[in-house]
Design a protein around this ligand. Structure first.
Ligand code: UD1
Ligand code: MG
Length: 484
């Protein structure tokens, strides 16, 4: 159901000085996405009137990251604090909105359900402001909720302004609030930059509201992890690990076994089918999709990969933007990169690299091989050390190999070149011309056998003579005698 009287404002204009980074804070990534994208995605299901992001520092880059998400933005220049940011957002807020959820772009773990509960609690109470608070073990750095004797909220006090007694308070301000807008606007106009940073703090609006006799409530988040902010690199790591844990839990819920789950990294858009087994130290990245009954063995990294059912990825294999059909097996130490496609039951073994190539059903390429820009028909066997020489220094050229072909070991296929169905290539060949179907292609130097040569050499060595070859070489190296 749409919330037509609700607007949502995301504060994303700050630099993030404490990260010591050239990149704006909200563009730093955790859980596989920029921080601010997580926040937007948590807000969208509430269907508010609008979502407004306040941008400022590196506004162009932040807007570019937000553009695909289809939200509004308001430029805060210069950035004069969280209270000032909300004043800037006002321009983009519809006059029809009665309530606003305000949240920082650097607290990405917040969930839609928690925001919905916050808005509900706010509407039901009739308060002017509802603060989402949390009790956390180490509240250092956060603003604290200061309550009166009767338990009602008196103010939010920033960490830098705490008295000794207040420092013991463990209930923190998440910086996520729901406000009744007609009550908030006059308070923002009254804010003064009375702090070390000379900024307008939104948090000061709470005391202003209380001074006017308005009700302010704070509701505790049931899961304190949800409000973790990312001000430092250590915060980013802590938040990332919560995202990763959540994603692994969801994947395991879907019927997937993960061994030593804390060592496995899975991006948010990855999907894995039931009865797949994931071994330790695996990374599943991007839009990777894995079917049922697969095994992803240790140390493998899959990004934007599609695996159908019953695929076996052996240890330390890299698969990027490639498609592995049913029953295929790859690795150990294989590298399948952009546009590799293995049809059913094809197999690729150790130290084999495949790029923009289709390996037909049941094709085997088990050892030390490079296949680039190649099409290989069903049932073909690629011998150890085969190289498709696809690059001539200017262009990439195709290699086409038919069905049931046998490519002998250490073959170089100089593209463009075609090998017909059922052909046979002798080991060690450099194939520069097309090979017709069912033919034998051999392209290598003829072998010469010299009977008894080795035995004769051994006899010479035993007799203390130099072998015939080195005597000849010495002679040729001697300078010609000068004529008298
Ligand atoms: C803020 C709160 C603090 C709370 C904490 C929770 C204030 C004054 N303090 O502190 O009580 O415990 O969040 O994480 O609000 N921003 C702008 N424009 C500005 C300044 C900031 O858009 O001019 C944005 C930042 O990009 C950030 C958010 O507002 O996304 C919060 O700013 P930040 O500097 O991180 O505030 P904290 O010190 O974390
Ligand atoms: Mg912060």
């Amino acid at each position: 159901m749409a919330n037509t009287d609700l607007t949502i404002v995301i504060l994303a204009a700050g630099k993030g000085t404490r990260l010591k980074s050239a990149l704006a804070k909200v563009l730093h990534r955790a859980g596989g996405r920029p921080l601010v994208e997580h926040v937007v995605r948590a807000c969208q299901p509430l269907k508010p009137r609008e979502i407004v992001a306040v941008v400022g520092y590196q506004a162009g880059d932040v807007n570019a990251a937000l553009a695909p998400l289809g939200i509004k933005s308001a430029l805060q220049e210069p950035q004069r604090g969280t209270g000032h940011a909300m004043l800037v957002a006002r321009r983009a807020i519809s006059s029809r909105a009665k309530f606003a959820i305000l949240l920082p772009g650097d607290a990405p773990l917040i969930r839609t359900e928690t925001l919905a509960a916050l808005a509900r609690a706010h509407r039901e109470s009739g308060a002017a402001a509802t603060i989402l608070s949390a009790e956390i073990e180490n509240p250092a750095g956060y603003g604290r909720i200061v309550r009166q004797g009767d338990g009602s909220v008196a103010a939010i006090v920033e960490d830098s302004a705490l008295t000794g007694e207040q420092r013991a308070i463990r209930e923190i301000n998440s910086s996520i609030y729901c406000f009744t807008l007609e009550k908030l606007w006059p308070c923002l106009a009254a804010l003064k930059p009375q702090n070390v940073h000379k900024e307008l703090y939104l948090t000061d609006a709470i005391a202003v509201l209380r001074g006017k006799g308005e009700t302010v409530q704070a509701v505790l988040a049931s899961d304190p992890d949800e409000v973790l902010g990312c001000n430092t690199r250590a915060d980013l790591a802590a938040v990332d690990s919560v995202f990763r844990r959540r994603k692994r839990a969801a994947i395991m819920d879907a019927g997937v076994t993960i061994e030593l789950p804390e060592t496995v990294l899975i991006d948010p858009e990855v999907a894995v089918g039931a009865d797949t087994r994931i071994e330790p130290c695996v990374q599943l990245l991007g839009k990777t999709r894995i079917g049922s009954g697969c095994t992803i063995r240790t140390g493998s990294i899959l990004s934007d990969a599609v695996l159908e059912d019953n695929v076996l990825v052996k240890p330390y294999t890299i698969v990027s933007a490639s498609h592995l059909s049913r029953g295929t097996q790859v690795g150990p130490f294989a590298h399948l990169r952009d546009g590799a496609r293995l049809e059913d039951n094809a197999r690729v073994g150790n130290f084999v690299e495949v790029k923009k190539s289709v390996l037909g059903e049941g094709v085997k390429s088990m050892h030390l091989t490079y296949l680039g820009d190649a099409r290989i028909g069903a049932g073909t066997n690629i011998g150890a050390g085969t190289i498709t020489c696809n690059y001539d220094g200017v262009n990439k050229n195709p290699t086409t190999i038919g069905k049931r072909v046998f490519i002998g070991s250490d073959t170089a296929l100089v593209a463009p070149v075609r090998v017909g169905d059922g052909a046979y290539i002798g080991a060690g060949s450099v194939i520069t011309k097309n090979v017709p179907p069912d033919a034998l292609g051999v392209a290598r130097g003829h072998q010469v056998n010299k009977p008894g040569w080795a035995a004769a050499r051994r006899r010479e060595l035993a007799a203390g003579k130099q072998p015939a070859k080195s005597r000849a070489r010495k002679r040729s190296q001697r300078r010609p005698k000068r004529k008298r």
